[in-house]
Design a protein around this ligand. Structure first.
Ligand code: SAM
Length: 469
């Protein structure tokens, strides 16, 4: 067995242990008694080990799979209620010196237009995002020590937090940038980032080395231990993920859960979020050339099994997925989605001319934020623009202990309703506002404490009268 306290990737992402797990899961995929006992354990909502979760992922007894989906849906409701956190990516720069074979930013790609936003351009992009109603961003950039320096990121974060425009303000800036040093993570923390996000891409070391043939990202060990350094640098919300399609999904699923177990054991807090991106077509990249793509059913099963295995961890889905697929996995465990996204550098202000394309991958869900918000509310979800936890310092283990105790809903539900009402007043189309107001009126009745309910009702009344506190 691997040592969960180790900071050496060969120990915590142990190849032999993954192979043993996969063999065990394969052997037991029809073992009804074992599957029942794992489902019973999962019902306690304390999570599962990677071995147990791998058995559920492989389980091919239809009736048991239906139980797994039902349980995932219930756990999602218990921990997150019907709130869905909204965010948008903001691409700062696509300069990159890596050679990742699946990513259009790769250094040899000569026809992608290379762009890096100036602070003034960032201002314009952020105002465009604020005008849609966004409050939460995920910054994205390639890896280039000359163009994309830490000072550039710190300036950009400062710029973003300082922009106040009408009623808009970005209240939480997450960041997805290359693995870096403890000192740099400390600087990012001091600049006030929310979550540090870094996808492993693949946990399979041999494939990783082939898929990242050149550039600093080639260093599997440095990349895999990034979250350890981030935690050492004081960042307590980290977001992990793999890019499904690069290697075999069973291997990636197991590696992902071992990574989460390692962070929990070593730092007392698991990942804040898990992302489940799937490989997409992109400039100079033919996703069909990668033969590990997964179908929508397998994808849904992965989401459900992650939900059950780490019930307290947020799960993110991006606009890489289309409306139908997003709808399915929202029920099974996703708690955060992006809306109205552009993956090009500068894409929120101006559409790019055909010969100057800079985007990272093709977006599948091209709806506006207003359309995504309306769609969520039509399914009785509450799109949440709330960032109160982060603002009040409930990050890392403080957030996790609230979430694990099931209490997070008591403070999140009212906050989500109030921030949704602000969104509806400031940004929504009349049709979306009408649907939203009805939803909020229904949902107020789900605030259990009568005193708290009265406070929320009063606040909502003030927001609706444009008289905010
Ligand atoms: N430079 C950072 C790094 O090294 O991880 C961030 C890279 S990029 C802006 C964010 C993510 O996009 C990558 O981690 C990768 O998983 C994903 N990505 C790259 N190419 C993709 C493609 N063709 N389809 C879907 N996602 C892709």
């Amino acid at each position: 067995m691997y040592d969960v306290n180790s900071k050496c990737p060969d120990d915590f992402i142990n190849h032999e242990e993954i192979l043993t797990t996969l063999a065990y899961a394969e052997e037991n995929k029809h073992n009804e008694a074992l599957i029942d006992s794992i489902i019973e354990k999962a019902k306690k909502r304390k999570g599962l080990s990677h071995r147990e979760a791998a058995v559920l992922l492989d389980c091919d007894i239809e009736e048991k799979n239906q139980e797994i989906y039902k349980l995932a849906e219930q756990i999602k409701k218990d921990f997150y209620g019907n709130r869905i956190v909204m965010f948008a990516p903001l691409y700062l720069s696509n300069y990159c010196i890596n050679g990742c074979t699946y990513c259009p930013y790769h250094m040899k790609n000569k026809h992608i237009a290379r762009k890096k936003l100036t602070q003034e351009e960032i201002r314009r992009e952020v105002i465009a995002l604020q005008d849609m109603g966004h409050k939460r961003l995920a910054l994205e950039a390639g890896e280039d020590p000359v163009h994309n320096t830490m000072d550039y990121y710190l300036d950009s974060i400062n710029t973003i937090y300082s922009i106040k425009h009408k009623n808009g303000a970005i209240r939480r800036v997450n960041i997805n940038i290359a693995a870096t040093t403890v000192d740099n993570y400390r600087l990012l923390k001091e600049a006030g980032i929310g979550t540090y996000i870094l996808f492993q891409e693949t946990y399979h070391k041999k494939s990783y080395l082939e898929l990242h043939p050149t550039g600093p990202k080639h260093d599997y060990d440095y990349h895999t231990t990034a979250m350890d350094r981030a935690m050492e640098g004081g960042i307590d919300d980290v977001g992990i993920g793999v890019l499904f399609g690069l290697d075999k999904y069973r291997y990636e699923f197991t590696g992902l859960l071992m990574h989460a177990e390692h962070l929990e054991a070593a730092f007392g807090v698991g990942p804040h979020t898990i992302s489940v991106p799937r490989l997409r077509h992109a400039d100079d990249i033919d996703a069909d050339a990668f033969d590990n793509g997964i179908d929508d059913d397998t994808f849904a099963k992965i989401v459900a099994c992650i939900r059950i295995a780490v019930p307290y961890t947020g799960m993110i889905i991006s606009t890489r997925e289309n409306q139908k697929c997003r709808e399915r996995v929202l029920h099974l465990g996703i708690s955060q989605i992006s809306g109205g996204s552009r993956t090009s550098v500068g894409g929120y202000c101006e559409p790019e001319p055909e010969d100057e394309r800079s985007e990272q991958f093709d977006v599948s869900d091209t709806r506006t934020l207003d359309e995504v918000v309306r769609w969520l509310m039509e399914m009785d979800y509450i799109p949440s623009f709330c960032t109160a936890c982060y603002r009040e310092g409930r990050t890392g283990d403080r957030f996790m202990s609230l979430c694990k105790s099931g209490q997070i809903q008591n403070c999140c539900h009212p906050n989500a309703l109030m921030t949704l009402e602000e969104y509806l007043m400031d940004y929504a189309s009349p049709e979306t506002k009408a649907i939203g107001d009805k939803l909020i009126d229904r949902e107020i009745l789900n605030v259990p404490n009568l005193k708290a309910r009265a406070v929320v009702e009063e606040n909502l009344r003030l927001i609706r009268e444009n008289n905010r506190r």
